[in-house]
Design a protein. Structure first.
Length: 228
């Protein structure tokens, strides 16, 4: 599995980036402090790519980049709220391979990461599947198969993202606000009713009796809980 090191101190951004990279099939290791990243540089250089914020606690991303380049040519993608030319040039001169100013589109981030990885690498190594009742879900192809009837269904990207979030949080109540923040981010403004509609769809697909769910439970006034 391809390993990506994310060095970023903004908690909400860490969660959003990590969640989406996980969905793409990457293994993600996170550091939220420049000094800690430098002290773990020998571990970091074993990654296939480093996503590196410029403004970090204690040591800057520029400091981290310089330390990485002492030992390795691992691809480095800088992230920074400071998009001025002088900072971009400085980062590239230190040996970074690309520079993406904040705020950025997540799809653009994924594409830049893919472009920096060697062409023979693939994040889709093997098929990630899970069985829910009589249904088998393949997260790589977005496809569902009914084991007993052979019925097929193809999920949308958003449905797969939401389903994977529930599976990763099995047995834990996930609030509507948390779902909206992780899947839609701060730039979009869907309503909580949007989540409810997705749950209704999941119940129709997975539950033997949608009116008496055994997998997707409503927690009144809070959100939802998924159990296998």
């Amino acid at each position: 599995m391809i390993k990506i090191c994310l060095v970023e101190d903004e908690e909400s951004l860490v969660e959003l980036i990590k969640f989406n990279l996980d969905l793409e099939g990457y293994q993600v290791e996170v550091y939220k402090n420049g000094r800690k990243a430098i002290s773990n540089v020998q571990r970091i250089i074993k990654s296939d790519l480093v996503v590196l914020d410029v403004m970090l606690p204690e040591n800057s991303g520029f400091d981290v980049c310089k330390e990485i380049r002492r030992f390795s040519e691992v691809p480095i993608l800088f992230l920074s709220a400071k998009g001025i030319a002088a900072d971009r040039i400085h980062g590239l001169r230190l040996g970074a391979n690309d520079y993406l100013p904040k705020p950025f589109d997540l799809e653009e981030l994924i594409l830049r990461i893919q472009n920096l990885l060697p062409s023979d690498m693939s994040a889709k190594e093997g098929n990630e599947t899970i069985i829910i009742g009589s249904k088998s879900v393949n997260f790589s192809s977005y496809e569902l198969s009914d084991i007993t009837t052979g019925e097929q269904h193809v999920f949308s990207k958003r449905e797969i993202e939401l389903l994977k979030l529930f599976i990763e949080s099995e047995g834990v109540v996930v609030s509507r606000d948390e779902i909206l923040d992780k899947l839609w981010g701060k730039e979009n403004f869907p309503t909580s009713r949007t989540i409810d509609n997705y749950i209704l769809t999941f119940r129709k697909i997975f539950e033997p009796n949608p009116k008496a769910p055994i997998y997707f439970h409503s927690i009144r006034g809070v959100g939802y809980k998924f159990t296998l």
